[in-house]
Design a protein around this ligand. Structure first.
Ligand code: AMP
Length: 620
């Protein structure tokens, strides 16, 4: 029977801890829970359900997450961290090709180690940065549910390797969450659609997930409450960000602007404008904006034909992956019952249009909000693990083969890709030199024949093998892959019983000790951090508004009457004073007043800019 606590102070019954599902996305993150009615729902107020996965550090080093942090992207790109999921569990070597994409400092002094990010003279690991985002989601859920949130299921792309999964788990732990399970995003999506909840149904489905930074496709068979992933495929560096970059390139080219001449701030601003243009045009609305370069306001236009030109080559790559996944699963496109669309970028109309070259329109299902499905499914999985539904069982597969290095640097696969997990497999090896007493065992993940092309997870030594002639010892190496896709390896010399075991994680994860001490730190400071954060968020928003308003007034003085300029300056001064010494509420009130007063000015300018853009001219 569940135990219900009593709050002695208030004399009320305490709510039991909530168990939540979290979609920790490259661009956006969401948190969801299964409510008392048994339905999964995302948490947060209607306009802030989606938390941009962005962390901004202000001058004092305090972290701000989400929409407020997104505002800082333009003016403080070096202290505003986005797409951290692309760095999670990765070394500099892994991401070097994409390093130019990041406007913040990524440290490249040790290519083999987990990357670090330098912000205001302080180093952060992607695990810490992800933990900051997870803490924000946890707080949001606690606010919404008025209950403690301590247990969670977190989703990862099906293609995440062991290091990336472990890093995600560490981030959860650091945020004070007991991570019940790391679940593949396509598995969560199919749960959200309710597939598998009826034990009499059998379905074969394809999950097409195109987000901000990653693309995954998985083929699943669901039968009698069992979810079996038949195959997975994808690209960890493909998504809406690429479309945004394509739009920026298009603008620079068509406006004859040398990319080298732009500052980091200008790049960030263009990136945000590109995303706005994409969303606007893909939702059927025309886009026109403006961008300041060398003191000249340049009109930016964007239309559907250009969007499709940029999007189509990206979607072509996804279709190649879809075909490979079907082939790996051994199913024909016509045998797929439903193609489920997940991820914000599936709102691009071209996605459904292109998928129709493989599937029939009736197979494509996008009835749920593509942003929410993964979080909703994670919540259902959390509910299952909390013991509330006994009718569902989850079977996943490992996306990449796991093996060890043998003579000549070859990969010897022990657990092949697409094996169902949890699972274990073992193989026997022997020594190559007479009297060899130690054997070094290097574990790799990947599909290539040479280990040099695969990812090294860890290596260890089996010591103390009794001296025997070469080829005589029998060393059994056993791999055990748990339900999260995390690997444990044991090596045993069978003649002597010498044995060693290792859990694969130290190279990229944080040690338990470090995680624990960071956790204690964050718990000790939780309440003060919370209040400080609220105040700092308000100050940042205020400063951002003052910056914009002042810039606006100095650039467009001819548009404003003398009285309007004076009144604006008075309100700016008042807000400045509140920022210097006022409370959070006073600052917010100052923001509202200034905002209300200056809003009509911006509309006035917009009319002029649109007029000029329609004429295709450059305005000063
Ligand atoms: P996700 O990673 O699933 O949160 O997806 C985020 C991506 O979806 C970002 O690249 C967004 O720009 C993109 N996105 C969101 N809404 C739309 C839309 N209406 N049309 C095109 N892309 C969108």
């Amino acid at each position: 029977m569940a135990k219900i606590g009593i709050n002695i102070k208030g004399g009320t019954l305490e709510k039991p801890d909530a168990v939540v599902g979290i979609d920790l996305g490259t661009t956006n993150s969401l948190i969801a829970v299964v409510g008392e009615n048994g339905e999964a729902k995302v948490l947060g107020k209607s306009n802030d359900v989606i938390v941009p996965s962005i962390v901004h550090f202000d001058e004092s080093g305090t972290a701000i997450v989400g929409n407020t942090a997104k505002l800082a992207l333009i003016h403080n790109p070096e202290t505003t961290i986005y797409s951290v999921k692309r760095l999670l569990g990765r070394s500099y070597k892994d991401i070097a090709k994409h390093a130019a994409f990041f406007t913040y400092r990524i440290i490249d002094d040790n290519e083999e180690q987990m990357v670090r990010v330098l912000v205001n003279d302080k180093y952060y690991t992607p695990i810490e940065l992800s933990a900051i985002i997870l803490s924000e989601l946890k707080r949001k859920a606690e606010d919404a549910l008025q209950a403690q949130v301590s247990k969670a299921v977190i989703t990862v792309p099906a293609y995440f390797n062991d290091n990336q999964r472990q890093a995600t788990r560490d981030a959860g732990k650091l945020a004070g969450l007991d991570v019940l399970r790391i679940v593949n995003e396509p598995t969560a999506a199919s749960l959200a659609y309710g597939f598998g909840l009826d034990p009499n149904h059998q379905k074969t489905i394809a999950v097409y997930d195109l987000g901000g930074g990653t693309f995954d496709v998985s083929v699943l068979r669901i039968e009698a409450g069992i979810f079996e992933v038949l195959s997975t495929n994808g690209d960890t560096s493909l998504g809406g960000d690429d479309v945004d970059r394509g739009i920026v390139d298009h603008w620079l080219q068509s406006l004859n602007i040398d990319p080298e001449s732009l500052s980091r701030n200008q790049f960030s601003e263009l990136r945000l404008l590109a995303e706005q243009a994409k969303i606007s045009v893909s939702s059927g609305n025309p886009f026109s904006g403006s961008f300041e370069n060398n003191n000249i306001l340049v009109a930016l236009n964007f239309d559907e034909t250009t969007l499709n030109q940029i999007v189509n080559p990206i979607l072509d790559k996804t279709l190649v992956c879809v075909k490979k996944a079907l082939l790996d699963a051994g199913v024909q496109a016509s045998e797929i019952d439903e193609v489920v669309l997940v991820g914000g970028s599936t709102r691009l109309p071209q996605v459904s249009a292109q998928l129709k070259s493989i599937f029939k329109a009736s197979q494509i299902n996008n009835s749920l909000d593509p942003d929410e499905v993964v979080a909703l499914g994670a919540a259902i999985e959390a509910d299952v693990l909390a013991g509330n539904r006994r009718d569902i069982l989850l079977l996943d597969v490992t996306p990449l083969s796991l093996g060890i290095e043998t003579g000549g640097g070859l990969m010897d696969v022990i657990i092949p890709r697409n094996s169902k997990i949890p699972c274990s497999a073992a193989r026997e090896y022997t020594t190559s030199v007479d009297g060899q007493v130690n054997m070094s065992i290097a574990i790799f993940q990947g599909e290539r024949e040479l280990v040099a092309e695969n990812r090294k997870l860890v290596s260890f030594e089996l010591r103390g093998i009794p001296a025997m002639p070469a080829g005589f010892p029998k060393v059994k190496i056993k791999f055990l892959l748990d339900a999260d896709g995390i690997l444990r390896v044991s090596a045993e010399e069978l003649r002597s019983g010498v044995k060693q075991e290792i859990e694969v994680k130290p190279q990229y994860g944080l040690s338990d000790d470090i995680v624990e001490s960071m956790l204690i730190d964050s718990l000790t400071n939780a309440q003060t951090d919370l209040e400080l954060r609220a105040l700092i968020e308000a100050k940042t928003e205020g400063r951002q508004l003052i910056y914009t308003a002042e810039r606006f007034i100095s650039k467009n003085s001819q548009m404003l009457s003398a009285a309007e300029t004076m009144e604006s300056q008075k309100l700016i001064q008042a807000l400045n004073e509140k920022i210097a010494s006022g409370s959070r509420d006073e600052i917010l009130a100052g923001i509202d007043t200034l905002n209300e007063y200056t809003k009509p000015f911006a509309e006035r300018l917009m009319d002029i800019a649109i007029g000029a853009a329609l004429k295709g001219t450059t305005i000063i």
